[in-house]
Ligand binder design. Sequence first.
Ligand code: AMP
Ligand code: MG
Length: 491
Amino acid sequence: MTDNKQKDKTGWNFDNSYAGLPNSLYTILNPTPVRSPDLVILNKPLAASLGLNIVELLSKDGVAVFAGNKLAEGSVPLAQAYAGHQFGYLNLLGDGRALLLGEQITPAGDRFDIQLKGSGKTPYSRRGDGRASLGPMLREYIISEGMHGLGIPTTRSLAVVTTGEPIYRQTEEKGAILTRVASSHLRVGTFQYVAKWGTREELKVLADYTLQRHFSDIITTENRYLQLLREVIKRQASLIAKWQLVGFVHGVMNTDNMTISGETIDYGPCAFMDTYDLATVFSSIDTHGRYAYGSQPRIGTWNLARFAETLLSLLHEDQPQAIALAEKALSEYGNLYYSNWLKGMRAKLGIFDEEEKDQFLIENLLKLMEEHRLDYTNTFLDLTFARLESDEVYETTQFKSWYDNWQQRLDRQQQSNEESQQLMRDSNPALIPRNHRVEEALEAAVEKGDLRVMERFLNALANPYAHSTDQLEYCTLPPEGSLPYKTYCGT
Ligand code: AMP
Ligand code: MG
């Protein structure tokens, strides 16, 4: 991986290390040009951190790169091949509507994939049109940037352009392209693809590339592929705990949508939970609740087991021993996940130290929330800011008894009430991208071409732990009697 290219005037500074991997892992091809590109939104702080010049990005040539109508200096676009268990069944997939333009080397020396989503057909498109529509691309922009604001590892959104071409879903929609930034697009499914259809040598090259790209600081000489497995398990345990702590429902945790880097990827049918309920499902196709809120930690194990299987031939030459190593690594996931979650929950309740009974205190609160159908985010805010007149459930003896236990627990630790409250402010977001607010922002942007609602919302989401007065309005719940929120794949 070299960094010896000349920057172009926009600051694109591409390296193309992925194109150095075995040919079977990708197809080199250019984006399909679009009729009349128009910039809808540009993430200026992100662009600046990538070393890009905002004025140049806003120019006709700058926008043409986001539309796939022009290639930046040094870009070698490619569609990645991968596989994935979709709702439990293994399929051959790949970037059907996305292209990696290259890896941007930032002024700080970091490497980020720059990917267009919606850039036209590829050999992996199957029956799809290779395109995306404006609403879902702006939705990914809002939610991924919201996740970033919440401090959750995620791919980011750099820009959305409209293409000037209609696309056809349920109705005719405006075509659009999202430029996505990721620390890489290596997926569990990338390993599944090579393990099933490639050679052991190719698998080794992929695993070494991955270690070099994401884990260079941890690799030692001793069984580096086992270290890779253990690190991916660690990152996913930490990521999924973070999802649970904010009430994020990914919606389509297929193995192709699980990254090796530990970033959240693929904002399709995802949404945030309002009322606390483990059975929460938004996706219209998840009829059995495979990817329900409360099932995500368990699906994490299932997906990681599929990842471990791909590495068996590298873990040990003797298969039973390879399996034993993989099983031991996988057995660590449960504790890793739970300790991350418990630590996060303690912080949400202002608890600094550890007592064994903390888990009961937490579980009892969650039970109360479930029984009384309380809003997950706002309940923690009510506790943080002692807004106990806001809901009649706080008057019940059941809640009062829980509250006394909690106060006694806080009294038993060394930290002051002020320190506890600060910890709670830092651990309970003032807002999340609530579904009705996301929809309101999208409606203004897509139907009326008015981006102001979305921009105000993004500003509030950028720093959810600020608890500023302009964030208060985003606490409101969907209007009484609203239909259950539904999300869709194949957008
Ligand atoms: P997803 O459900 O977004 O993870 O996508 C699953 C697979 O379908 C991936 O291989 C995508 O690239 C592909 N895909 C999704 N939408 C389209 C589309 N409009 N055209 C071509 N391929 C698509
Ligand atoms: Mg996907």
